[in-house]
Design a protein. Structure first.
Length: 323
């Protein structure tokens, strides 16, 4: 039976113990590690001090890391999460040794919290309970985290489908659509940057040895994670291409709208130009010799003179299919 210990407000320990075997695996889960939590790990497991400093909540690694020490493996991975509609990276650090696994994170990874509670309340449904191996526990955690990436990608696929419908809808707001497409584009680029080194890390883990799980079986488990990583990357490539096509299409529609507006304004300007010229000529302070000035119907003659070129220009524009 699993044993749960609340060591401190930020440190939880879950001992997964299958009565059918003599082994057990301890999962120490630390949320937002500070100096107190680092001191606890240093006293309990004697980890490398540089690795412990890396796990402080204020220190954010810029890349994925895997380093093999004599008694444990230190891994730093990043996974995407959504905050206010935008993708941001969330870091999780692993210290894995024989019979134990330590996870250090900021508490913002839903699948990690879900799996910890699953192991606590329904441990029979987990592979880690059956095999009681820290490498298998790490495998299951990574599997849940990578499936969470799929959930984010599925959500993006829905948003892309909605944006696609809006782009090709008559009288849609192209500017608002452009903002949505730029957000999706940013998110996809961010996810690609976060996950870019995962495949190499997972490939490295396929060579890991375990005293409880045969090497070929352990390799099979981690190879499925490598395949998951490849499929996620392929999905990201497809979404990236779709977003770029939609963005270019939306830009073309926006440019077409602008061109239509400019064409309309230009036609108005060209039509008004001769009217202004005629009005300026008859507005000069010259009475002698000015036609129509002394005529009883002079006003209407001038109006006809102004309407005539306007009608001719409108006819010309219509014939050229500019209207």
């Amino acid at each position: 039976m699993s044993q749960y210990l609340k060591i401190s407000p930020k440190i939880e320990e879950l001992v997964i113990d299958n009565p059918k075997t003599t082994a057990s695996v301890s999962w120490i889960n630390i949320n937002s590690a500070g100096k107190t939590e680092i001191a606890y790990l240093l006293k309990r497991q004697h980890f490398n001090l540089s690795h412990l400093k890396q796990s402080l909540s204020r220190n954010i690694a810029q890349r994925a890391i895997i380093e093999k020490e004599k008694d444990y493996i230190f891994i730093v991975l990043h996974f995407p999460i959504i905050k206010n509609g935008l993708v941001v990276p969330s870091e999780i650090d692993f210290f894995m040794g024989h019979g134990y696994l330590v996870t250090v994170h900021n508490g913002d990874l839903p699948p990690l919290n879900y799996f910890f509670n699953l192991c606590r309340k329904d441990e029979d449904s987990t592979l880690a309970y059956e095999l009681e191996s820290s490498s298998i526990l790490l495998y299951e955690i990574l599997e849940h985290l990578m499936h969470y990436c799929y959930q984010i990608l599925d959500e993006h696929s829905k948003r892309i489908a909605v944006a696609q419908d809006i782009v090709f809808t008559i009288d849609s707001d192209q500017r608002q659509t452009a903002q949505e497409l730029l957000t999706l584009r940013y998110n996809i680029i961010k996810i690609r940057r976060i996950l870019q080194n995962h495949k190499n890390i997972l490939q490295n883990l396929t060579t890991m040895k375990s005293s409880l799980v045969p090497a070929n079986e352990l390799k099979k488990y981690y190879s499925t994670l490598v395949d998951l990583s490849k499929r996620i990357w392929e999905n990201l490539d497809n979404q990236k291409e779709m977003i770029e096509v939609l963005h270019d299409t939306n830009e073309s529609l926006l440019n077409d709208q602008i061109n239509q507006i400019m064409k309309t304004l230009t036609i108005f300007s060209v039509i008004i130009l001769p009217l202004n010229l005629i009005a300026a000529i008859f507005g000069m302070n010259i009475i002698a010799g000015m036609p129509f000035i002394n005529s009883q119907h002079g006003f209407w003659y001038i109006m006809i003179l102004m309407i005539l070129p306007t009608a001719v220009m409108l006819f010309y524009f219509k014939r050229k299919h500019w209207l």
